[in-house]
Ligand binder design. Sequence first.
Ligand SMILES: Cc1ncc(COP(=O)(O)O)c(C=O)c1O
Ligand SMILES: Nc1c(O)cccc1C(=O)C[C@H](N)C(=O)O
Length: 407
Amino acid sequence: MTREEAEQLDAADPLAFARERFILPENLIYLDGNSLGALPRAVPAMLADTAERQWGDDLIGSWNKHGWIDWPTRVAAKLSPIVGAQTHELLIADSTSVCLFKLLGAAAHARPQRKTILTQQRNFPTDLYVAQGLAEMMGLQLKAVPADEVIGAIDADTAAVTLVHVDYRSASIHDMRAVNAAAHAEGALTVWDLSHSAGAIAIDLDGTACDLAVGCGYKYLNGGPGAPAFLFVADRLQNDLQSPLQGWMGHADPFAFEDDYRPARAINRFLTGTPSILGLAALEAGLDTFADVSMRDVEAKARILSQIFIDEVEMRCGAEVRLESPRDPRERASHVVFAHADAYAVMQALIDRNVIGDFRAPTLMRFGFAPLYNTHAQVVAAAEILADILIARSWDQPRFKDRAKVT
Ligand SMILES: Cc1ncc(COP(=O)(O)O)c(C=O)c1O
Ligand SMILES: Nc1c(O)cccc1C(=O)C[C@H](N)C(=O)O
């Protein structure tokens, strides 16, 4: 595909209007929105207003005057069309890891006769670590099986099945409906981590009968570095589950300051401590970047962008890299992973040419396509630059091999 052909696709893109909702440096091809989403144009003013007018002028009165106390549920409601849940099933709180701890703990606690938490091998580390910690604390066994063996491994001893919906390395997608059905047939609960799917592909939490879910606010949802996470508890479970991290904000009457914990009704019982209001302000602006956006269009564009990238890279330099994401676009979400023996140096060379992706040890280069702001022309340009670097071996320089960086 030529850059001109890609520009024609951009001209016909039903999501083109959303690009203006972001501030991105000129001449940068940012393919890392799956790790840290771009800055929404509305965020600086939103943060300034929350800090100066609300916090600055109204101080403590803002909890009432500006309704801060309700922001965890008010802002969460904006996620409803993005993840296919009812507004009262959603809450913004904590980090993804902490939300996972709460919901997985609650799920295991709700199945006291069962001794197994089931997950997949090579999960995102935090999902494994949280499950390992909970299993040890609750006297349970954590069973991690290969991804394609999860459904077959669910049995009458399974309390909860916890999976990352879209794999952080390969972008392969678990079949939510099938896993939920298999878990429910055995009486187990499901806990999904939507970090790499929320805002990238269409999700139907209610329609596929999910029980519980969590996800990051700072990836495709554009909530900013360290944005609070979100959690979902299906309506039918809300009053039966108990959070293992009880705190005063999840109490039925926080300002009664009672000695004994009484859980709030419904989703609010999954709050623990005081919500980060500045974090919520930025996340609200992030979620507003999805206003009037159809998740079907987002998913369709995710598939097209990732397919163009795969085709263009393989056509230009296929012998240099190996695709580590599913080849079938229906089995992939919105990022693409290629393996290369010197992936770190290649990624540094790409960054040096203003194409930002990320490196995952030991050999993976990961490219995330954010349908709201990445263009078809950028994807073709990124493939051209990658091919140029690989064919000319311009990555093979000491300055690209210094491994001192964090991410
Ligand atoms: C699948 C998945 N879960 C969770 C996280 C992060 O969790 P937290 O927000 O607690 O750092 C990430 C990325 O960092 C992730 O890829
Ligand atoms: N959460 C991150 C962070 O705090 C710093 C750097 C990167 C991240 C990430 O999001 C990593 C990411 N979850 C991944 O899929 O690799």
